[in-house]
Structures are given as structure tokens and as C-alpha cells.
Write a protein that binds this ligand. Structure first.
Ligand SMILES: [Zn+2]
Length: 240
């Protein structure tokens, strides 16, 4: 008898966020046999594609096409299963149809954990909106009265991945994930995002910093890390 497939859900506001902020977690858990479902709510075509727009003679459709191609390539390198909802960015807006679509995805996927953005981000209103959506859909999917014909989900932990400016976003990591074994893949996925080359080395430095901190807080030899902030208490039978 084969084990039921384990899955996790990544809710990314724009098409590259999952790469910088959670690429290591995606690659690591994909290697452990998890189906890593990545939902890109938008391509980041307006707000996070400056290099493409600066080329001139660019259309929104062409920017979306390039962003989609890059994100698909990055997801493939990481072992993630990506889908694009094309909701638009700057500003992103979501209605109840989107909320129920995500709630239905929770019910179908039954994720063991969820990754999304920080709760606050004064530089980017799409990011906390994505997290709000991820959280609200999770709660709808837990409700017995929502589509009573389908079984409700449990309480998958929600981990907030690292924003660009941590202090202003009031984000503080309480989990440091050792991504050293998959760093080479994360870096290749980062380099697939050709439209944002200015971030490649920045997020390499972030990974090195988190790696040093992970080693300092454990007896592990860690070179590269990713930080996450939990929303809900960690439930455990041991404190060791
Ligand atoms: Zn973003």
C-alpha cells in the first residue's frame, strides 16, 4: 500500500516571490516527496518587472508572458507544481470567487503546511493581501458549513516567509530552515528570474546570514538558511 501523497501550499503574490523567499523550502520538501503547490496570484507585471519595462516598446501581455516563462522555469528547477491566477498587481484585488477558489484548493490538496508573506508590508500592499487571502481561505476550508459534502481540512501550520525589509514589516523569524542541501537548486531558480537580476546576490546574502544564525542556534553545520515566522502555536509532545 502506498502512502497518501503529502502536499504543501505556497501562496505567492507575484511570480518571483516564492523563489527568493521560499525556494529552499520548496526544493527541500519536493525532495522529501511533498507535492509543492505554488499559487502565483499575479505575474507581478506592473510592480516587479521594472527591467522589462525599461527595455521600451513593451506591452503588459508581453511582460506577463516573460514573467510566466521565468517562474515556470524556476518552479521546475525547485520541483514545484505552479499555477497562475493572473489577478493583476499594483493593485491586487480579490473577490469572494477567488477566496472560494482557494478554499476549494485547500480541500482538494489538504496541505500539511502553508507558506505565504508577512502580515505587514508598508512597501507592498499585495503581499499582506496574499497572506490574508491564504489565511481566510484556510479558515473557510476548515468550516463544516462550507460545502458540507467535502471533508474539512485540519489545522495546517502557516509559516510567513521573509519579506524584503524585515523590520518595517514587523517580521521576526522563529524558524530557521537549513536549505544547504538544496542551495544550488535555489540559486539556479533565482537566476531563472532574469527580470530581477538586482536581487540575485541580495537573496544569496540573506540565505548566508540565515545560515550563520541557524548554525549559531543549533549543533548543525548550516551554510544556507531560510527564515520563517509562525502564526499559530507549535503543538508538540516533547520539548526536547
Ligand atoms: Zn512581490
Amino acid at each position: 500500500m502506498s502512502l497518501p501523497e503529502r502536499a504543501a501550499l505556497v501562496v505567492s503574490a507575484h511570480s518571483a516571490d516564492f523563489v527568493w523567499r521560499a525556494g529552499g523550502a520548496i526544493a527541500l520538501h519536493a525532495e522529501q516527496g511533498f507535492k509543492m503547490k505554488i499559487v502565483c496570484l499575479s505575474y507581478g507585471e506592473r510592480g516587479e518587472s521594472a527591467k522589462l519595462w525599461r527595455k521600451g516598446a513593451m506591452t503588459i501581455e508581453e511582460v506577463k508572458r516573460v514573467r510566466r516563462e521565468e517562474a515556470e522555469q524556476a518552479a521546475q528547477i525547485l520541483g514545484g507544481d505552479i499555477e497562475f491566477w493572473d489577478l493583476g498587481d499594483y493593485p491586487m484585488r480579490v473577490d469572494d470567487g477567488v477566496l472560494f477558489r482557494l478554499a476549494d484548493l485547500y480541500r482538494a490538496l489538504r496541505p500539511a503546511f502553508v507558506l505565504s508573506h508577512s502580515l505587514k508590508d508598508p512597501y507592498n500592499f499585495d503581499h499582506p493581501l496574499a497572506t490574508h487571502l491564504a489565511q481566510e481561505a484556510r479558515i473557510v476550508a476548515q468550516a463544516h458549513g462550507y460545502r458540507p459534502d467535502a471533508p474539512v481540512i485540519g489545522a495546517p501550520p502557516v509559516y510567513l516567509f521573509e519579506p524584503h525589509q524585515t523590520e518595517q514589516c514587523e517580521w521576526r523569524p522563529d524558524i530557521l530552515l537549513d536549505i544547504s542541501p538544496v542551495w544550488e537548486r535555489k540559486r539556479r531558480a533565482i537566476e531563472a528570474m532574469k527580470g530581477q537580476e538586482h536581487l540575485w546576490d541580495y537573496y544569496t546574502r540573506v540565505a548566508l546570514q540565515r545560515g550563520v544564525q541557524a548554525a549559531r542556534n543549533s549543533d548543525r553545520k548550516v551554510t544556507y538558511g531560510e527564515g520563517y515566522q509562525r502564526i499559530f502555536p507549535h503543538v508538540t509532545g516533547t520539548l526536547a
